[in-house]
Design a protein around this ligand. Structure first.
Ligand SMILES: [Zn+2]
Ligand SMILES: [Zn+2]
Length: 98
């Protein structure tokens, strides 16, 4: 499959890893302070209105922890985006079975 943001293409896992390193800035983080801190991660599909999102409640507020935590959540958000791309904008790179 192809990266939705550039010319890179490869297997699902390769594209996933590529997204996390090359396009981490595509994931928009919104923090909501209330009785507890809520972080919302969003990544928009470049082909349609779909938004992959995840709302998390980190257990700590230590900046180092949040940075590591954010990296993990970005992977989850990109995973959602990839599944959406395969389901809604499937590319003929790999022959489908079934
Ligand atoms: Zn790319
Ligand atoms: Zn889409």
């Amino acid at each position: 499959m192809a990266c939705p943001f550039c010319d890179f293409s490869g297997h699902h896992r390769a594209v996933h890893a590529h997204l996390a390193t090359a396009h981490a800035d595509r994931v928009v983080t919104t923090a909501k302070e209330g009785s507890s801190l809520l972080l919302r991660y969003e990544v928009h599909c470049p082909h349609c209105d779909f938004t992959a999102q995840r709302i998390v409640n980190p257990r700590g507020r230590d900046p180092d922890f949040l940075e590591e935590f954010a990296a993990e959540i970005r992977l989850v958000a990109f995973d959602q985006l990839l599944y959406h791309l395969e389901a809604a904008h499937s590319q003929p790179a790999a022959p489908a079975k079934g």
